[in-house]
Write a protein that binds this ligand. Structure first.
Ligand SMILES: Nc1nc2c(c(=O)[nH]1)N[C@H]1C(S)=C(S)[C@@H](COP(=O)(O)OP(=O)(O)OC[C@H]3O[C@@H](n4cnc5c(N)ncnc54)[C@H](O)[C@@H]3O)O[C@H]1N2
Ligand code: MOO
Length: 419
């Protein structure tokens, strides 16, 4: 199981009743609950880095646009190399990158890398293979046609598909677009993600703290995670106290401004956990109430007004795991990305761990050397505690230990998501 399912075979209704549902179903419910934002904007290439491409891009130019020399050397004609060598060819001209394509078929032409091969010549001899003798070159080896020449269109052919809508734009994609002469590109608008940290005990780092209080660490973790997604914009509603009224008011405000709302804390069963109530009182509905996962069991997913609602547990490891496994795939779909699932890497466990077989467990792991099978060995960090920040801060990844397994032993195959 790798959390890629979008189909919802069973458990479709069960989530809303409060039943415990499998994590892949919960992730699929979150992802299928959203419709990608439709609005687009056209941005300069540099501003489009990391954004979601809104259109398919087809090449309008060949690359290279002309037959170009791949070496510094001499343009010659292969059929000048008849009989026995060495061959002596007069140098009749010179062409460098940026020069207008020339026409000549006499002898040879001094040519520099990137210059258009003059019409009439069909091959380039690199200068290391030529001796200059007065106004001629002497070549000892017979030459074949189309050597050291980049043929027009061999890299990109006009009319071919270059990029597809739904990809995130990486530097190399921008280079491809620039190579086509495009100065701007249409991308989906950023999704607006509201962030609400619930908890009377929370203070922001830098604020004075009293006994019984803790610093808000989830806020910076989620903000930094979302800031790294260039297709998302965070609206931070700060810390909201643990009262029904305060949380309901914060949610109502966020729902009018955001495409998605993420809360942390206040989703479990105690009398100070008001998030579920507040979503309901605002006219929202929850489709995921409890998930067979550790950490993260009390994660909530639903809708509030037009916004996707994601209620993540407050324990930092549970926040991180539910964000990456359930919230992020849904946000990616909302943004218009075509690839939404976590990226899993195969590895081999180098640890022993007893787990409950009725749930998926996610544990922080660090990567060791690869074995002879080419797969990295992974070691579990800490005890997978939901509240532990230390273990996730040292981890290279989060390993998924599937349901049905009650014990992980060294040598077992596992998958992990790099973090
Ligand atoms: N009777 C039950 N109690 C609990 C259950 C349950 O099923 N029955 N579930 C447990 C599980 S599992 C989890 S996970 C937590 C989830 O709790 P909440 O989401 O309601 O979160 P809080 O109670 O508000 O906080 C939990 C923990 O995390 C700390 N926290 C909260 N926000 C932050 C933040 N922004 N930065 C750092 N730390 C934060 C908070 O102080 C608490 O220590 O519930 C169990 N209980
Ligand atoms: O399932 Mo909770 O997320 O352990 O702490």
């Amino acid at each position: 199981m790798t959390l890629t399912a979008l189909a919802l075979p069973d458990h479709c209704e069960a989530g809303a009743t409060g039943a415990v549902i499998p994590v892949d179903i919960a992730a699929a419910k979150a992802t299928s609950a959203v419709v990608p934002v439709a609005e687009t904007e056209t941005l300069d290439l540099l501003a489009a880095i990391g954004r979601v491409l809104a259109m398919d891009v087809v090449a309008s130019l060949n690359l290279p646009p002309f037959d170009a020399s791949a070496m510094d050397g001499y343009a010659v004609k292969a059929d000048a190399f008849a009989g026995q060598g060495p061959w002596r060819l007069k140098v009749t001209g010179r062409i460098a990158a940026g020069d207008t394509p020339a026409q000549s078929s006499e002898g040879s032409v001094r040519i520099l890398t990137g210059a258009p091969v003059p019409q009439g010549f069909d091959t380039v001899v690199m200068q290391e293979k030529c001796r200059v003798d007065g106004d001629s070159i002497v070549i000892d080896q017979k030459q074949r046609s189309v050597q050291n020449v980049r043929i027009a269109g061999e890299d990109v052919r006009r009319g071919e598909s270059l990029l597809e809508a739904g990809e995130t734009l990486k530097p190399q994609h921008l280079a491809l677009l620039a190579g086509q002469g495009m100065a701007g590109i249409a991308v989906r608008r950023k999704i607006r993600v509201g962030l609400i940290s619930t908890g009377n005990e929370l203070r922001e780092p830098g604020q004075p703290i009293h006994p019984g209080q803790i610093f808000n660490s989830n806020r910076v973790m989620l903000r930094a995670s979302l800031d790294a997604c260039r297709w998302a914009e965070v609206l931070d509603f700060g810390i909201v106290p643990d009262t029904r009224e305060a949380i309901a008011a914060a949610l109502a405000g966020a729902a009018t401004k955001c495409d998605a709302i993420i809360t942390t804390g206040g989703v479990s069963a105690g009398e100070e956990d008001h998030v579920t109530w507040a979503v309901g009182s605002g006219g929202g509905m929850l489709d995921v109430m409890k998930v067979a996962m550790r950490p993260g069991k009390p994660v909530k997913v639903g809708k509030l007004g037009g916004a996707l609602f994601l209620g993540l547990p407050g324990n930092p490891n549970a926040t991180l795991v539910t964000f990456r496994m359930i919230a992020l795939p849904a946000l990616r779909r909302l943004s218009g990305l075509s690839h939404t699932a976590p990226t899993w890497t195969q590895a081999v466990a180098d640890f022993t761990y007893e787990k409950r077989p009725d749930r998926t467990e996610f544990v922080p792991v660090c990567l060791g050397a690869a074995g002879s099978d080419g797969l990295s060995r992974v070691t579990m960090l800490g005890r997978g505690s939901s509240a532990s920040l230390r273990a996730i801060s040292r981890a290279d990844g989060i390993a998924l230990l599937p349901p049905g397994v009650d014990r992980v032993e060294p040598g077992m195959r596992v998958v992990f998501e790099a973090i």
